[in-house]
Design a protein around this ligand. Sequence first.
Ligand code: UD1
Ligand code: CA
Length: 470
Amino acid sequence: MSITAIVLAAGRGSRMKSELPKVLHRAAGRPLVEYPIRAALAAGVTRVVVVTGGPERERLDAHLRAVFGVAVHCVEQATPRGTGDAARVGLAAVDADEVLVLCGDTPLLREEELRQLRAALEQGRSLAFLSARLDSPQGYGRVLRDAEGAVLGVREERDLKTDAERQLREVNAGVYAARVPELRAALAQLRDDNAQGELYLTDVVAWLAARGAVVAVEGPAEALLGVNDRAQLVAAEAALYRRIAARHAAAGVTVRAGALIDDDVTLEPDVEVESGACLRAGSVARRGARIGVGAVLTRCQLGERVTVLPYSVLTDSVVEAEAQVGPFSHLRPGSVLGERAHVGNFVETKQTRLGAGAKANHLAYLGDGEVGPGANIGAGTIFCNYDGFQKHRTVIGAGAFIGSDTQLVAPVTVGEGAYVATGTTVTKDVPADALALSRVKQENKPGYASRLRARMRAAAERAKAERAGR
Ligand code: UD1
Ligand code: CA
């Protein structure tokens, strides 16, 4: 039995009040539309037709091509004339026997529910759809049943006729499994004589139910949460974050309350993620890595037993095994910390590699550089990498010692084992094992401090007297 999924994603999404198409708004790191597509692929679908439309259509199509390649095919609904019209447009591109129809704005739908719908269809039905019982069903279409409990149809909220109908708490999740010929026939019957003047996909339910071919499968309330506005976007994302945290917990990761882990992040067992840490954009942490309170990682890779202390921000960076970062460190793109390297508070790195065991523990800017294994970078060291026109490199050899408050004016090289004295401005290469020193000689004047103070106090009193005399 061949099966295709259709994802409806051409609606205006006007309740988002956004220039971005609704289904491209992100929740837990992925655009909304990716969730139903992934659920369908996980449920055994090999081809997904996405119905797109509107002025930003190209952007959505390009995104889906880049992420899913040939598994996903976009078709255009030129005018948003309702979910029924969108389903017709999608179905025109389907040549399978069976189809799943999903909405692009329901990110909490899971593979499990889709498998249940497929199983229900196996029992000789033409259409199975997902429903759920909600305490507050407002905004959803209601499932109408007869006295025996058989499905009669789905009625949209704006088209509800009686108080009894308004009391109904079983709602339509907007997710369907159907046999293609029967669905085509039902869609051909649709009319727009309803409150919104649209073609409702939901009207196929009554038409097929009258032929005894419909079943509703009740699923969890969470699965149907649709994102129509910003508040629902945030609510859906909170549910996704809970789900992702539970998934990692089950796999041996400690995720403290309030940590936010995107859907595409990989964590190995014994990783610990503290409250308020944000792990984003495909970041990976190997066994035993610890990520402290408030740390923000975007596209980063942490090796085994790495420690990231609180409030560090790491972007496009690699931290190798047992290295330590933070608190309050900033690893900008292209930073690589070798095994056991340390970067401490108020250290910023960019396009810089620190070799194994190298340390920069306090207050430094290391940009466009290379620091050899075991080298020590003192507090206040700056790689002066930018001359206002070009970026230049600083290279520090293995085991070199850079004293505090050193400026290295790039391009410059410090050889292996060299020693740069505190407060030096390095403008020339330093050979291996040399001492570099550039400071004005110190002079001490005994007893001068109290004379200096007396002079300054007298000057201050004169100035005060002048102000009073004016
Ligand atoms: C729909 C259902 C409702 C169900 C709810 C569940 C209909 C008529 N109503 O209502 O019974 O309870 O979902 O979330 O189907 N779309 C298009 N083209 C269009 C219109 C919509 O592609 O012309 C897409 C939208 O992008 C969206 C999906 O279809 O992804 C659902 O449309 P939406 O307007 O959000 O329907 P609801 O009012 O939520
Ligand atoms: Ca919706």
